[in-house]
Design a protein. Structure first.
Length: 642
């Protein structure tokens, strides 16, 4: 018994390492391993151990393994593993063993052996497999049809044709015939394959069989037949022809496209897709003509084709279409972004400059942003001076992605043109994004400071909030001077600037302003700025952040600021923050924001799971009182441990 266990363990180890043995071991090592595996098969080892041995022999077995494996082919529990091993052995004896076992097997075991003969493409098995097509067991009939299809010889095809006279598994036998024909075609037996395809391509065949036959028929019938089939009244024939277009030569594709306007819409779409994939610029006139089609789907396909075959002549057609807010417009915009060739970028810039409609002009800016042409930044900088605020805003948004620090002075000038409020804020943020390309945080404000120093007093006043967003000691000095000024406007600009600061270095100053400023507005700005900066990532310990948030809540005179503090609390990922939020779940005016922050904290599994006793009740309460569908859905998931 101990010997059997040792053999079984050896079998498992050898099977697991068989790939390594096959690749690197010497012939002597392989022979030794094979002998040990064969000992397992001949022993009274368990089914699992014998299956492991078969897996090892699949990789390292030789003709010596055939008798032992053949003896297991009719064993219902091990047959599968034994035949899979024999499938891989290149010696003729393995095929002989499988053929001889066929007469002894029944049911699924027999079907499996038939499948293995098919995998080996054993032509000698054809006479044995033909009777199986008449078997009462449909699983055997299906296996025989598959196997004959894989063998793929003329004799296998004849056997399948004869078997189709029976109503049993007619679809499966038809599929086997198609596969057989595919092998014949690869073997350069074109005529034999073509006959099978023709016989199976009629409308009375099962859809799956007919689809394969039609595909083969297109491959064997030549380009002219395929082209003619594109106008056939049968949709399945048209689809098969369309699929063959990708194999056309350039000349054949041009010939097919010449009569495209007379074809059904689906065939026109297929041709245009083939043209798009081919990417040959000489197809541009054909695609341009199709843009005028009355069929919306054809127009979309034509517009998409212009992305690869179009040139500057396509711009007049694409430009007006890109203004539409439908699928055609989306396709036109995508093609404008992708189209390449001489004078394309120049044409797009010209279209931008000629456009009078601000919304359309903004769309052209989006195209330039996507294409990133040489000189595009210069064009966009000019647009920041446009009289329409929509155009200016869109240009600044594009510059945030395309401009560099050297372009900041011109962008700063655009900030001064932006209307105060959301538009000015967006313009300032665009400048900040570009300045962040400077690795040294102390130097990020320098491009803007150059403009600030030479600007008129009124403009310096306008630029202080931007300097606050950029940060750095030099910018801070100018802001401190403004805060020390007795000029109300300059002081207010300084307050705005310090409230915009990018980190928590000004937290104490903001707290002082929130407590001591003479106007409610300034105190409100400072308090919101304080709440924002104390929760930013940085070196401040979480406990200190939470303490400052609690201080802010005490200072707040309105629920808006209290709610903002609760919102920002979710950035302090501690269980103490959860405890801070819990009482606010019972305050109707703040409960919804508290719910969102509790759920956001719970999103972090590393915080939630160790503190499940506290998070569980909190999430249950949030589910009861939240009115936000997203918050509810997340709370339920986190409560379930997801």
């Amino acid at each position: 018994m101990l010997k059997i266990r040792i053999l079984a363990l050896a079998a498992a180890l050898i099977a697991a390492a068989s790939c390594t043995i096959c690749s690197y071991a010497s012939a002597a090592d392989k022979a030794t391993a094979e002998a040990k595996l064969l000992d397992v098969l001949k022993s009274s080892a368990s089914v699992a151990d014998k299956c492991n041995a078969c897996r090892g022999l699949k990789t390292i077995g030789t003709e010596k393994s055939v008798p032992a494996l053949a003896a297991l082919l009719t064993d219902g529990e091990i047959s599968h593993c034994a035949r899979i091993a024999l499938e891989s052995l290149p010696c003729p004896a393995a095929g002989t063993a499988l053929r001889e076992a066929l007469a002894k097997a029944t049911g699924l075991t027999k079907a499996g052996i038939i499948d293995s003969l098919g995998e080996r493409r054993d032509a000698q098995a054809v006479p044995l497999l033909q009777p199986a097509l008449e078997d009462k067991d449909l699983s055997i009939v299906a296996a025989a049809a598959d196997a004959l299809g894989k063998i793929g010889t003329v004799e296998a095809a004849k056997a399948l044709v004869a078997g189709r006279n029976s109503a049993k598994a007619r679809v499966k036998i038809g599929a086997g015939l198609v596969r057989c024909a595919n092998h014949l075609l690869k073997a350069d037996k074109r005529d034999e394959a073509a006959k099978i395809y023709r016989d199976l391509s009629g409308p009375g065949e099962a859809r799956v069989v007919r689809a394969g036959a039609l595909r083969g028929l297109m491959q064997t019938s030549g380009p002219q037949f395929v082209t003619e089939s594109l106008s056939n009244g049968d949709a399945q024939i048209r689809a098969a022809a369309a699929a063959e277009l990708s194999n056309f030569s350039l000349a054949d594709l041009k010939a097919a496209a010449a009569g495209m306007a007379k074809l059904p819409g689906a065939s026109q779409e297929a041709l245009l897709m083939a043209i798009r994939v081919r990417g040959e610029k000489s197809f541009a006139p054909i695609a341009l003509a199709a843009v005028q089609s009355k069929d919306e789907s054809v127009r979309i396909a034509a517009v998409r084709a212009l992305a690869t075959v179009g040139d500057a002549t396509a711009l007049p057609a694409l430009a007006p279409l890109s203004a539409e807010k439908d699928k055609l417009g989306e396709a036109a915009r995508q093609s404008l972004e992708a189209i390449c060739g001489p004078n394309i970028d120049e044409g797009i810039v010209a279209a931008l400059q000629a456009e009078k409609d601000p919304l359309r002009r903004a769309d052209w800016i989006a195209v330039i942003e996507s294409r990133r042409p040489i000189g595009g930044v210069v064009v966009l900088l000019r647009e920041t001076a446009h009289q329409d605020p929509v155009v200016r805003s869109r240009a600044m948004a594009a510059l945030a992605r395309l401009a560099g620090p050297s372009d900041v002075p011109a962008m700063v000038a655009a900030v001064l043109k932006a209307e105060k409020g959301p538009q000015r804020d967006d313009a300032e943020r665009a400048v900040v994004l570009v300045c962040q390309q400077v690795a040294d945080a102390e130097k990020r404000a320098e491009p803007a400071l150059g403009v600030f120093r030479t600007a008129a007093a009124a403009e310096r006043l306008e630029l202080l909030p931007l300097l606050g967003r950029l940060g750095g000691s030099t910018a801070k000095q100018s802001i401190q001077e403004a805060l020390a000024s007795k000029d109300p406007q300059l002081y207010e600009a300084g307050v705005r600037a310090v409230c915009n600061w990018p980190d928590a270095a000004v937290a104490e100053q903001l707290l002082n302003l929130a407590q001591e400023s003479k106007t409610d507005t300034h105190r409100l700005w400072a308090l919101r700025g304080f709440i924002r900066v104390v929760t930013l990532p940085g070196k401040t310990p979480d406990a200190q952040k939470l303490a400052m948030l609690k201080q802010a809540v005490q200072l707040a005179a309105r629920d808006e600021e209290r709610g903002y503090a609760l919102e920002r609390a979710s950035a302090v990922r501690t269980v103490e923050t959860l405890r801070f939020l819990l009482p606010y779940l019972d305050q109707p005016s703040l409960a919804q924001q508290a719910c969102k922050s509790v759920v956001e904290l719970a999103r972090h599994k590393e915080l939630r799971e160790p503190n499940r006793k506290e998070f569980g009740p909190a999430l249950e309460k949030a589910i009861k009182i939240s009115t936000d569908a997203t918050t509810l859905e997340r709370a339920r998931r986190y409560l379930q441990g997801q």
